[in-house]
Ligand binder design. Structure first.
Ligand code: SAM
Length: 267
């Protein structure tokens, strides 16, 4: 954890929550989404905007620092660090695809990291798109961000463009879709990856054993597949590269942020 991350987490304990607006879901009327600002007394640097999903309990779909000088966002720590570990020179990252966007924390991290990276986001909920446009991406910072209203499964099946980074963050309410581990989905993801690329799956609801099976099952379609773990939250990662030194450097950098649970190298 960097000193700034440490300060942000300490100050978050003092934050006051202010409800900005709540929205009824267009697909499921038992669900409410809330945009909530968390303000730190006397220290606006760490003010956070969150998009929360409420059904009995509250789940944070997205969270961003409102201050644009903070590049790393307060959520999806492992995804941001894995991306940086594969692309230490952000200027080389030219194209990224985010499946499941909500309040667009990862697009914000990417836009703040590389002004030239072309970012495509796919989101199927009209409510999410409305909230994102009103409270999260209404800023010139997002000039290279295209937010598409589509179903991610059909989008990846028909898309022809390729990407250097793909982040799969698809949730059906608070659960992963079972289809994300299917051969059809993984083949579609593989066909959208360039020769030097990384795909990161947010596997929040899968057990470590299921993640290991998932990573091992598809290793022959990639250069290497991994299971990383950040505070018992698992990420399955697929990498394509022609450079073994790049692969080693990626692993070394990644392991300074997240735990490497399993690694499979294609035969
Ligand atoms: C955890 S949130 C995504 C957070 C986002 N990646 C970020 O960077 O802040 C999951 C999102 O996936 C969206 N989603 C679920 N199923 C989808 C589908 N089939 N196609 C596109 N989006 C979907 C949900 O509406 C929700 O907004």
């Amino acid at each position: 954890m960097s000193f700034l991350d440490f300060l942000a987490s300490e100050f978050s304990k003092l934050q006051k929550a202010i409800l900005v607006e709540s929205f009824q879901d267009d697909l499921d009327s038992s669900v409410t989404f809330e945009v909530v600002d968390r303000k730190t007394p006397f220290l606006p640097l760490f003010d956070v905007r969150r998009l929360e999903f409420q059904r009995g309990s509250s789940y944070s779909y997205s969270a961003i620092f409102l201050n644009k000088h903070l590049r790393l966002q307060p959520i999806y720590f492992a995804v941001q660090r894995l991306t940086e570990s594969f692309f230490p020179k952000f200027s080389l990252l030219e194209s990224a695809l985010v499946l499941g966007c909500a309040g667009c924390s990862i697009p914000r991290f990417l836009a703040l990291s590389s002004k030239d990276c072309k970012i495509t986001g796919v989101e199927y909920s009209e409510t999410m798109i409305k909230i994102a446009k009103k409270y999260f991406i209404d800023d010139p910072l997002y000039q290279n961000f295209l937010l598409l209203h589509d179903d991610a499964f059909s989008y990846i099946h028909k898309a022809t463009e390729q990407f250097q980074l793909i982040y799969v963050d698809l949730f059906l309410a608070e659960n992963n879709y079972p289809q994300i581990t299917s051969a059809e989905f993984v083949n579609d993801i593989g066909s959208l990856m360039t020769g030097e690329s990384i795909a990161i799956f947010n596997s929040l609801c899968l057990s470590k054993e299921d993640c290991v099976k998932f990573a091992s099952r598809y290793v022959s379609s990639f250069t290497a597949t991994y299971v990383f773990d950040h505070q018992f939250h698992y990420y399955v990662v697929f990498v394509k590269t022609s450079s073994s030194s790049k692969l080693n450097a990626f692993e070394k950098r990644a392991m300074s942020y997240v735990r490497l649970d399993e690694r499979f190298i294609a035969p």
